[in-house]
Design a protein around this ligand. Structure first.
Ligand code: ZN
Ligand code: ZN
Length: 628
């Protein structure tokens, strides 16, 4: 009889002991019983017979997790404070028995892949400029490197060249992108060159499609695995390279447990697999800029100019915004309008008493969606009819503020019916199909004006935009977040970078902080240098932060748990409690929220302090990027 510690997949429990009559190796997936339920678990260690009675493993499946996957999951569970079972749940296991070489399915696929590429001619079509060649040479000298390249400077060609080299050596590559950048455009570009060797892996891929793609990953015909966060955890042998595109993007950080950062995990996995990791961005994160050697790629393929003008006001379609858009579209050119808020308006406010209509379950204002005649909570999705009078004082005049995308679309459709308007946000672009359709229409010039949220800034190519209007940046700049300046400036540069790809463009920015933006336009490097001084001794990457959240439907329960942990933390001398109290958003989905913010020189100090003082309600967020 053998005894094993089994981590239950997706369970917050610590590993449990089970027995089995034959020897099993680490990482094997098994079925076990727990309180009359059949659950999947992973053998994470072999142990002595315990003093208590154990039950038997009921079944050994055909899947297993590699040693590296288990090691990586252990790291995630310790660093990001989750159970090993929750960390293992991120991974897709390997098939226990590899396919025989002669088995029809696998071979067919391999032949197919090979045939395709030979038809295309095996000579490389990726021709790099001298600058790009120099950049690639530099990057290949370092285990982790940063490609700091302006939008349109040819980062993707460099990635593709390196993929090609990896493939020529019989290796495979992981290509991480923020979810929304996984556009049809990128897919076409990769497939044109690498054919069936490319697999696109993201949340919009259906289950049956995933099964087919996984088949190709198992049989080895998929060589370049392009995808969002989860692609990092696929069962890939012979890995030769990991590329993290748009490495500054916040969507790499998971917002629920395990709260890992995919870029940081890529770097960790690069070490485990002993493969190089390439980070790329036009606006690199402070973190990567400080930590890793970088090479700078300036200018675009199209050396078009951008002229910035500023207007001191908050998100409003002013006459200057309106006339700039009318003029540009009137000349048969395209315009983009960025607004951070979706819906018609962010808030509904009483004109008499000033009461803001808040979600009954969250302490946030409800947004106005005119199309569905509803106010909606963007945190918990609760919605109700737009009220006709104030719930506090009964006054009948309610006004809306903080303009949203839908309202701007509405405005232009009403007052300028000749301008063809497209809406680019989560409400309008809910499926991959809709995204495809919208981008196609915009690039075919069937849309004159594209109105959108942050989605506009992500990795898409808009060829002929000559006007970019950017509203509402000040809201982000004024947030109490140590990264507010970095995030806002990066956003401005990313959006502006979508315009003027071929022709000179005008960028109109509404902000009361003209001096800040003007100082750093075209000088992101200078910004990072100056920002270093602000961060030193206080914030990452020079210090490590952890946020501890306490959420409970009774406010006093959450507060008491927070107080208890604050007291316990006083014993740790290597960390500093920066602050504690109710969260900025005091309630979400009917739970009251309290938090503690911790700081230390080393993450090991933070982890040790948290481990020794943790209370049961505490939810730990290491390297947090959200503070409200
Ligand atoms: Zn009122
Ligand atoms: Zn809500």
């Amino acid at each position: 009889m053998y005894f094993y510690e089994i981590s239950l997949l997706n369970s917050p429990l610590t590993p449990l002991t089970y027995n089995h009559n034959i020897g099993l190796s680490l990482g094997v997936e098994v079925e076990v019983q727990l309180r009359n339920r059949t659950l999947l678990g992973i053998v994470v260690s072999i142990c002595e017979e315990p003093v208590f009675k154990t039950t038997s493993i009921t079944k050994v499946t055909t899947f297993h997790y590699s040693q590296i996957q288990v090691k990586c999951a252990k790291f995630i569970s310790e660093y990001y404070f989750c159970s090993l079972g929750e960390a293992l749940q991120l991974f897709t296991p390997f098939l226990e028995e590899k396919r025989e070489e002669g088995e029809p399915l696998g071979q067919d696929k391999r032949e197919e892949g090979r045939g395709k590429r030979e038809e295309d001619g095996s000579v490389s079509k990726i021709v790099l400029s001298t600058k790009q060649v120099e950049a690639l040479d530099f990057l290949q000298k370092h285990p982790v490197s940063l490609l700091f390249g302006d939008t349109g400077s040819g980062k993707t060609e460099i990635y593709m060249k390196w993929f090609e080299e990896a493939l020529a050596q019989g290796k495979r590559a992981i290509f991480l992108m923020p979810e929304i950048s996984l556009t049809p455009q990128m897919e076409i570009r990769l497939k044109e060159h690498f054919g069936d060797a490319v697999v696109m892996w993201h949340s919009k891929v259906t289950k049956p499609q995933k099964k087919k793609l996984l088949e190709r990953i198992y049989n080895g015909s998929a060589k370049i695995i392009a995808g969002a966060r989860s692609a990092l955890f696929l069962p890939i042998e012979d890995l030769g390279l990991i590329v993290v595109d748009e490495e500054h993007d916040d969507s790499y950080k998971a917002s629920s447990r395990p709260r890992y950062h995919a870029r940081d995990m890529a770097i960790y996995m690069g070490k485990l697999y002993d493969v190089p990791v390439l980070l790329g961005s036009a606006t690199p994160s402070m973190n990567s800029y400080v930590k890793f050697p970088h090479t700078r790629l300036k200018g675009g393929h199209f050396s078009a100019t951008r002229e910035f003008t500023f207007e001191a006001c908050r998100e409003e379609v002013t006459t200057s915004v309106e006339s700039a858009i009318v003029q540009t579209t009137g000349q048969g050119e395209q315009a983009m309008l960025f607004i951070p808020t979706r819906a018609n308006f962010k808030y509904l406010i009483c004109e008499s008493c000033g009461h803001t209509h808040s979600c009954p379950y969250c302490s946030v204002g409800m947004s106005v969606h005119r199309k569905s005649n509803a106010i909606k909570c963007h945190y918990c999705n609760f919605s109700e009819r737009i009220p006709s009078q104030c719930s506090e004082c009964g006054h009948e005049m309610l006004s809306s503020n903080r303009l949203g995308t839908a309202e701007a679309v509405h405005f232009f459709e009403e007052s300028h019916p000749n301008i063809r308007v497209g809406q680019f946000d989560r409400d309008a672009v809910s499926t991959q199909k809709k995204l495809k359709k919208l981008l196609k229409a915009f690039n075919a010039k069937e849309i004159d004006l594209l109105v959108g949220t942050q989605m506009l800034s992500k990795g898409h190519d808009y060829h002929d935009v000559t006007l970019a209007v950017i509203l509402g940046l000040d809201n982000q700049l004024n947030m109490s977040d140590y990264r507010a300046r970095e995030k806002t400036l990066s956003l401005l540069i990313q959006i502006a970078g979508r315009s003027g790809r071929k022709k000179a463009a005008q960028v109109l920015v509404q902000s009361y902080n003209k001096e800040f933006f003007e100082a750093y336009i075209g000088k992101y490097e200078q910004f990072l240098e100056d920002e270093k001084e602000f961060r030193k001794g206080l914030y990452p990457p020079y210090k490590k932060l952890a946020r501890i959240l306490f959420a409970h439907k009774y406010a006093n329960k959450a507060e008491e748990a927070m107080q208890e942990m604050v007291e316990k933390l006083r014993c740790s001398t290597t960390i500093e409690t920066i602050g504690y109290g109710p969260s900025q958003i005091e309630k979400i989905a009917n739970k009251y929220r309290y938090q503690i913010l911790l700081r230390a020189d080393k993450s090991t100090d933070l982890i040790a302090a948290i481990q020794s003082s943790r209370v049961s309600l505490a939810e730990i967020d290491m390297d947090p990027i959200e503070f409200n």
